[in-house]
Design a protein around this ligand. Structure first.
Ligand code: SF4
Length: 383
C-alpha cells in the first residue's frame, strides 16, 4: 500500500494512459502499493513478452471450473454472509455491513472503487503488452501511516458501484487486451469480487485473477478462494507484530468517538507476522510456484513482495529468511526499494525518509545468503 512509483514507472503509466480517473488522478494510482519491478540491475529488464496466441487459447483460469459447477457463486454467497457480522479480514470487527455499519476499514455494505485501467508498472510477467488490468478498491483494513495512496485507501475516495459494474470493468479490461484482472486491496470486498467474477465468467471472462493483497488475511477466507485465484500477489511487510501495530493500525478519524463499540472490539495488526506466514503457506498450497508461460506471462503461482523500510522497521532480514526456510527456494520475491515517506509517516522520524543503498543491499544479500534464487531486485534507492 505504500511503494511510490519511480519517475520511470510514473512516466510509463502516463505514456500508457494508465492514470486513474477521478480524485486520485494526481497519483499514478496503479503504482501505489506495488509499483513496478524489473527496473534494476538484477531484473535486467527483458523485452516485453511477445503474445503467444496458442498459450492464451488453451489456457483457462482456475475459476471457470467452479463457475460451471455453480460453486463460484456459492462461494461468493458464503463470503457475503461473512460481512454480517463482518469477519472478512483479521480485524474481525463484527459490524453488520449489510446494514451499512462500518468497521475499522471504513467500508460499509456498498462497493466503492477508485479506478480501473491497464497498468504498466506491475511486475513484468504480469504486464505483457496490454498491461495488468488493475481495479483499485477504496478503503483498506490494514491502514498504514505511510500509505502513498491514502486518499483512496484511508480517505475512501472512489465511486459507489454494483457487482454488475465490477463485472463489466473486468470484461472491459479484457477487451482492452490486459494480461490479467488484478484486484488491488481486495480483502474487504472479496465477496463482491467473487460474485462479480461469476457474472463476468458467464459473459466470457477468461483472464487470470491476481489477488493483490497485504498478506494479513483471514485463513478461512483464503480457503474459500481455493480454485478461484490464479495468482496471489501478497506483501510480507513486517517480521514484528509490534512494528505492524505501530505503523499499520491507523484508526479512521473520529473512530473511537463515532464507533465506540467497534473501537473496543477490533483487532490490531500485531498478529501481522503470524497470520501472514499462515496465509503465505496457504497461498503456496493453492497455487504453487510462480512460473511464466512460454510467452513470458504469469498465469498461476505465488509472487511475494517485500518493501524495504528505513531503520529496519520491517525486519527485512527475518522476513527473507522465513521465506527461504518455509517456502521453496525459488519462490518469486520482489524486494522493493521504492519506500517514500507519505501521509503520517512524518510523525515517525525513523521512517520519515527514503531508504539508503546500504539498507537495500543488506536485504538483498540476506536473501541470497538464505538461498533464495528467484529475486526481483530493483534499481537505486535514493538516500
Ligand atoms: S476491517 Fe475487516 S472485519 Fe472490519 S469491517 Fe472491514 S473487512 Fe470487516
Amino acid at each position: 500500500m505504500n511503494p511510490a512509483p519511480s519517475r520511470r514507472q510514473f512516466l510509463g503509466c502516463l505514456a500508457a494512459g494508465g492514470l486513474a480517473v477521478g480524485p486520485a488522478a494526481i497519483l499514478c494510482a496503479g503504482c501505489d502499493r506495488e509499483a513496478a519491478t524489473g527496473q534494476g540491475a538484477e531484473a535486467t529488464a527483458p523485452p516485453a513478452p511477445a503474445p503467444d496466441k496458442q498459450a492464451a487459447a488453451t489456457w483457462e483460469p482456475a475459476y471457470l471450473k467452479l463457475h460451471r459447477s455453480g460453486e463460484l457463486k456459492k462461494r461468493g454467497e458464503e463470503l457475503w454472509k461473512r460481512m454480517s457480522p463482518c469477519k472478512l479480514c483479521p480485524r474481525t470487527c463484527g459490524v453488520d455491513r449489510h446494514q451499512g455499519a462500518k468497521g475499522f476499514c471504513n467500508a460499509g455494505g456498498d462497493l466503492v472503487i477508485s479506478s480501473h485501467h491497464p497498468h504498466f508498472g506491475e511486475e513484468r510477467p504480469l504486464v505483457g503488452r496490454g498491461g495488468s488490468g488493475t481495479i483499485f478498491f477504496s478503503h483498506c483494513g490494514l491502514r498504514c501511516v505511510f500509505c502513498i495512496n491514502h486518499e483512496v485507501s484511508l480517505e475512501g475516495q472512489g465511486a459507489r458501484r454494483s457487482t454488475q459494474d465490477l463485472a463489466q470493468m473486468m470484461l472491459a479490461l479484457q477487451a482492452k487486451g490486459c494480461a490479467n484482472i488484478n484486484v488491488v486491496t481486495p480483502s474487504h470486498y472479496v465477496a463482491h469480487i467473487v460474485l462479480a467474477l461469476d457474472v463476468a465468467a458467464s459473459k466470457g471472462l477468461r483472464l487470470p485473477l491476481v489477488y493483490n493483497c497485504c498478506g494479513w488475511e483471514q485463513l478461512e477466507v483464503l480457503k474459500k478462494l481455493d480454485g478461484i485465484v490464479d495468482i496471489y500477489l501478497p506483501d510480507f511487510k513486517y517480521a514484528s507484530g509490534e512494528m505492524a501495530a505501530k505503523y499499520s493500525s491507523l484508526a479512521p478519524p473520529g473512530f473511537e468517538a463515532e464507533r465506540p463499540e467497534v473501537a473496543a472490539r477490533f483487532s490490531t495488526s500485531d498478529t501481522y507476522p503470524e497470520l501472514t506466514k499462515m496465509a503465505l503457506l496457504e497461498m503456496q498450497r493453492q497455487v504453487g510456484l510462480a512460473k511464466p508461460g512460454p510467452d513470458g506471462l504469469m498465469r498461476r503461482g505465488l509472487m511475494i513482495r517485500h518493501l524495504v523500510m528505513p531503520s529496519r522497521v520491517g525486519g527485512s532480514t527475518e522476513v527473507v529468511r522465513w521465506i527461504a526456510q518455509n517456502l521453496p527456494k525459488d519462490t518469486y520475491l520482489n524486494i522493493m526499494s521504492q519506500y517514500t515517506p507519505m501521509y503520517k509517516a512524518f510523525d515517525h522520524p525513523e521512517i520519515a525518509r527514503r531508504i539508503t543503498r546500504a539498507e537495500y543491499d543488506e536485504v538483498v544479500n540476506a536473501a541470497r545468503e538464505a538461498g533464495l534464487t528467484n529475486l526481483d531486485v530493483q534499481g537505486d534507492p535514493r538516500p
